[in-house]
Design a protein around this ligand. Sequence first.
Ligand code: ADP
Length: 547
Amino acid sequence: MTASSPPGAPDRFIPWRHRLSTRLLVPLALLLLVSLLAFLAFERAMSQALMEQALAGSRLFAETITSATRHSMLEDRRADAYEIMRSIGAQPGIDLVRVFNKDGRITFSSVPGEVGVVLDRTEASCRPCHEGARALSDPSPQLASQVVESRGHRALHLITPIHGDPRCSTSECHHHSPGGQVLGVQEVVVSLADADHRQAQVRWFGLGGSVIGVALLGGALAGFTRRRVVEPVAALLEGTLRVARDQLDLEIRVDDRGELGVLAASFNDMTRALRRVEGDLKSLNLELEQKVEARTSDLRRAQAALVQTEKLSSLGQLSASIAHEINNPLAGILTFAKLVSRQLDGAVADEATRATMKRNLALVEREAGRCSAIVRNLLDFARERPLKLEPVDANAAVEESLQLIGHKLSLTGHRLERRLGDVPAVLADFGELRQAVVNLALNAMEAMGPQGRLLVETRALPGGQAVEIAVEDDGPGVPAALLGKVFDPFFTTKERGTGLGLSVVYGIVQRHGGKVTVEQVLPHGARFVLRLPTAVPGPGGDEPYGE
Ligand code: ADP
């Protein structure tokens, strides 16, 4: 089983004690420990059994010696008895056969040179009967045994007391009183080297076998678990982590026909399905983006058309007043032109007539100039141009707007109040800004009665982030219920209204990254406020339109 590793370290670190491999290794280690303990218990039981077997064998030897030598001893044929002991002591596995009297003097030994040696009561051979170096255990034991380490191996010392026999008590050979007194001790030392050797062999073979067996079994089990459980689970885990990180290009390969293989296959099915869904979503998104783009450009075109329509509508309103405005200079031009013409029809002009003609012609020139300026202004207002944002003096735009509506104002008789503050340049399109102000001013003039007052105000917001242009009137104001609707396209309460004036203002302010709001003025009136970002943002807060 393989799975490509993700770049970087895994997302979630699993502490070693919680890892699957640790959890599988712990029972394995326990199994090893239990096997070891079981073997040690077995080895101990076997060692006891071997010892009992050795003890039984040694007793048999000791009893054989006693019964084989009893007859010779009773008849005081010591040489015969010693000969029997010597030949038994030469048997394989017998280290030593010896006899010593009650004074501890060795009277016979199968080891040459020991005869005559006196043993101390603290010697290993005397200890079973003379515990604590006292005279003799009472009653003296029939048989005693102990295991002693000597000559590089363990040996079983079997001590058999030799009691006085009634058949012997009358004999001349022993100077002792009758009654079962201990005459001496027969000691048989049986080597445990062979038993120990066999036990060691069993121990090491058993231990080695168990360790090798458990190691082989454990290794096989660990290898199997690693290959069949730990690695597939790790691959699945890595897969889930990568899917969580939105990396769906992952295929997990698990060579297993069991549950984990099925799990990996369904995981792959899932990532494939997710990839498909993601692809569908991407193409859907792309399609949506293209549609939004197409609709946006449609909207932009519609908006431009709307602006132009509204501009023409404003132009219609303005032209009526401008026609009146142009009429006066034109009448003047006509009168003075006729006058000059009549003067030219007369006799040769004297110096005074020529001066009058010159003055009249200057008046014609001035009035024609006025007409030309008015028409130029109108043409400039009507011209369609692409949006061009640049630092613009808001007061200048307001002034030009007021100039455009000035003729209408003089007709309606409304009072104009300017409160133009010291404002920084705004980032705007001059023509569009002017159109927005004209639209608001025309609406205000339409809303007001004959004695109305139009207030146009500019001010810089604290922090220097934005400039506010307010157009206020003292008309009836916008009813509270309509406050949220007046900027909707085609919303109008006027009989012959288009409902486009405010929506065009809204579009212009949006394109400038600004805001437009409407408020009610007390006791009556409406106040429309444009907030536009300055060309060079001031050091103030983040919100350019802070209240
Ligand atoms: P129109 O002027 O063609 O109606 P607008 O979009 O300019 O279209 O205005 C929409 C509506 O908003 C108007 O019909 C009017 O009801 C209201 N409105 C606009 N300006 C004012 C104002 N200064 N005072 C009161 N109402 C206004």
